[in-house]
Design a protein around this ligand. Structure first.
Ligand code: SAH
Length: 376
């Protein structure tokens, strides 16, 4: 093996870098290690087809980047939320959602977020830093392992870039992650969804990429006055410019666009909001996902009632747009963006630093017991 100067994150390095690292080993070793990581979700010490000595050497060179702080499981066991600590102490969240025949992982691309959307817990907490590709890919691998080893094993079929952070503000990491997940984990591009507040340069770059991933735009308001308030980046990338960029994306990608709309009582759930949204969505043939707002400590307004959500959906249909009501997953475990982290960062609840050695084991055990590991 060729020792490098400093250890690197296991999922950060490329296959070529792994080959260089393995140096004098036969080339099939590269394949064994790579598949062990990306397809079998193994840790270095579980690569039992390698000699003990080689495993020990690899272990020194390749480190994990995510340390589990806690995994909390929803009442019915179908949603697991992980809170990870990174090497510099920053914390991020990942959510695993199990469905009868498949599983979705919601991943973070930044620690914190600079977009400052009013109603979003991550936005309220501010920006720490960008994540590297190794830190994003590892979220999927660790969640995939939990899904594979849970009581009813599932394969990860879908990835949504809807965790913490703004994926298109960390474009290179986001795109490198999409490529890895596609090429090495084997997730089809059609099952990858990148969600954005509407960073126009990022949308343009995405349009030029070869993989046809899905694009979701967090709209929340379809007039500039309200959107400037709820989603402040709208001041830089207003709705008309956003529509133009989205038309460009549609023209080359031919994938269905979707709009996210968190329904906020009395703020964006009026009849006039439905009319504006329907018009905007129709012009882009976009599908609308209505999500009842998850309450956050930093935003006084509450979510629309379910009755109003249903009425709003009907209005959209009447205006000729397509909309689906999305159920909030894991509200009982603070699975809304940034919430679990906020709970853990309140000093009285601080558990960061409490080291849990085998992250995935713990999460699986938790999933089995369905124990509630969150503080009151
Ligand atoms: N920055 C990206 C991805 C992260 S947020 C984006 O904005 O799309 C993922 C989704 O959750 C976004 O649609 C966001 O607006 C929504 N969201 C954030 N806080 C929420 C809350 N309190 N209730 C409901 N949805 C929320």
């Amino acid at each position: 093996m060729t020792a490098t100067a400093a250890p690197q994150h296991r999922f950060e390095i490329s296959r070529e870098q792994l080959a260089t690292l393995l140096g004098d080993q036969p080339s099939y070793r590269v394949d064994q290690v790579w598949k062990g990581f990306y397809e079998q979700f193994r840790s270095v010490d579980e690569l039992t087809n390698l000699s003990k000595g080689l495993r020990a050497e690899l272990e020194e060179q390749l480190t994990d980047s995510l340390e589990l702080v806690t995994a909390s499981v929803s009442e019915n066991g179908d949603t697991t939320k992980f809170l990870w600590r990174l090497h510099d102490g920053a914390t991020i969240e990942t959510v695993l959602m199990l469905y009868p025949d498949r599983a979705t992982v919601c991943i973070s691309t930044q620690a914190g977020c600079a977009m400052a959307c009013q109603f979003c817990a991550t936005g309220q907490a501010g920006f720490d830093r960008h994540l590297g590709v190794g830190e994003v890919v590892e979220q999927v691998i660790k969640a995939a392992r939990v899904a594979a080893e849970g009581p009813t094993p599932r394969r990860i079929s879908n990835i949504v870039f809807m965790g913490m952070g703004e994926p298109l503000a960390n474009y290179d990491t986001t795109w490198a992650t999409a490529q890895r997940l596609h090429a090495d984990v084997g997730i089809s591009a059609r099952h990858l969804t990148i969600s954005t507040v509407g960073i126009i340069p990022g949308i343009r770059r995405l349009a030029a990429e070869p993989l046809p991933v899905n694009l979701a735009v967090s709209l929340h308001a379809a007039n500039d006055e309200l959107r400037d308030e709820l989603v402040p980046i709208n001041k830089r990338y207003p709705l008309a410019d956003l529509a133009e960029a989205l038309h460009g994306y549609l023209a080359v990608k031919n994938r269905r666009l979707s709009f996210e709309w968190a329904m906020i009582d009395g703020v964006n759930d009026r009849d006039s909001d439905a009319a504006e949204l329907a018009e905007y969505a129709r012009s882009l043939r976009a599908h609308i996902n209505l999500i009842p707002l998850n309450p956050t400590p930093g935003y006084p307004t509450v979510g629309s009632t379910m009755k109003r959500v249903r009425e709003f959906r009907q209005l959209l249909e009447d205006f000729g747009a397509n909309a689906t009501i999305r159920q909030n997953r894991g509200t009982d475990i603070d699975a809304a963006c940034g919430q679990l982290r906020n709970v853990y960062q309140r000093p009285k609840d601080r558990r960061i630093g409490e080291r849990i050695p085998e992250a995935t084991r713990v999460a699986v055990d938790l999933a089995r017991k369905r124990s509630d590991s969150l503080p009151e």
